[in-house]
Design a protein around this ligand. Structure first.
Ligand SMILES: NC(=O)c1ccc[n+]([C@@H]2O[C@H](COP(=O)([O-])OP(=O)(O)OC[C@H]3O[C@@H](n4cnc5c(N)ncnc54)[C@H](O)[C@@H]3O)[C@@H](O)[C@H]2O)c1
Length: 308
């Protein structure tokens, strides 16, 4: 890939193609949506809060393109994920690219309606269920891809688990990002094993100033860090979105890769291939997480036979 100069101007024409972007009403998801719409894509903004989603969509009004639609999706509630997938099946006969972007970080301990821990449920289980429920639409897509947004934090994480242990808000966030990385790698292996053209690609944005650092309950040193660190150290969202845009649109993005920014400290750089941790690519971790996720969500990827 021409890593030295890839910017959003290099996104090919996306006319006639349908993208689903989760968490599209703010931060990296909104910038990603704007760039895709500008290149002619039809984007489904999959958002937890439809009012915020519609407000975000009005900010796209100046972008040229085929358009967008706003649909409710609460990844922390598996009923909402099923409802979203049912409505997508009723209105679309294919999805070309799914961008699993939404995320939440360092929240207090909260259980979802189905009894799962909130960060693991939102960042991983909801996306696992969504991808599985949209799989047939993706398999009917043109140059189909699943892009899952992880973080370099996955490298310092404990393997994800759905069982209770001492709750560390940041530790559980890191584990959920490792779950994203394990999921993307395992999905790649399972797709490869059945000879599917669907690509599973991972992306890490680099430290980017968004709402992620400020949940409703962020307080103390973490709030201070966000207030000081974001303006001083973080990159703007239009740079942070480049790895996921590259993964979602560039012909050179390969299944199983992690795309990261190449600048110092992985900031302000152009997209290049990054390194996944051994835990992320370990097939045994992949098998275990897959089983756990199937049990927790009730979603089975019928089109993919187990890789082992
Ligand atoms: N900003 C960074 O420095 C950074 C670094 C590494 C990885 N990431 C990842 O980038 C992704 C995007 O985050 P961002 O930085 O744009 O933050 P953000 O807070 O601006 O955006 C996250 C989006 O996810 C949505 N979301 C949260 N919970 C949801 C739920 N239950 N259902 C549906 N949507 C939900 C939010 O509404 C929001 O639109 C996340 O996966 C995050 O982990 C961000």
């Amino acid at each position: 890939m021409a890593a030295d100069c890839w910017t959003a101007d290099r996104i090919p024409d996306l006319s006639g193609r349908t993208f689903v972007v989760t968490g599209a009403s703010s931060g990296l998801g909104l910038v990603t949506t704007r760039a895709l719409v500008t290149r002619g894509a039809h984007v489904v903004l999959a958002v937890r809060d439809e009012e915020k989603g519609r407000a975000a969509a009005t900010s796209l009004a100046g972008a040229h393109g085929a358009g967008w639609e706003v649909r409710r999706l609460d990844l922390a509630d598996l009923d909402s994920v099923r409802d979203f997938a049912d409505r997508m099946h009723a209105s679309h006969d294919r999805v070309d690219v799914l961008v699993n972007n939404a995320g939440t970080m360092a929240t207090p301990y909260v259980r979802t309606p189905q009894g799962h821990e909130l960060q693991f449920a939102t960042n991983h289980l909801g996306h696992f269920a969504l991808t599985g429920l949209l799989l047939d639409l993706l398999l009917a897509g043109r140059d189909p891809r699943v892009v899952t947004v992880t973080s370099v934090n996955h490298r310092r994480a404990q393997p994800p688990s759905n069982t209770a242990r001492r709750y560390s808000p940041m530790g559980v966030y890191n584990s959920s990002k490792l779950a994203n990385a394990i999921f993307g790698s395992e999905l790649h292996r399972r797709l490869r094993d059945v000879g599917s053209p669907l690509r599973s690609i991972l992306a890490h944005p680099g430290y980017t100033a968004t709402n992620l650092q400020f949940s409703a309950t962020t307080a103390g040193w973490r709030l201070l860090l966000g207030r000081l660190g974001n303006p001083l150290l973080a990159q703007p969202a239009d740079r942070g979105a480049l790895p996921q845009l590259f993964a979602a649109t560039d012909p050179d993005a390969r299944s199983g890769q992690l795309i990261v920014p190449d600048g110092p400290g992985e900031l302000r750089g152009h997209p290049v291939t990054g390194e996944l941790s051994p835990a992320a690519t370990d097939p045994e971790n992949g098998r275990r997480l897959w089983e756990l996720s199937e049990q927790a969500t009730g979603v089975r990827y019928a089109a993919l036979r187990p890789s082992r």
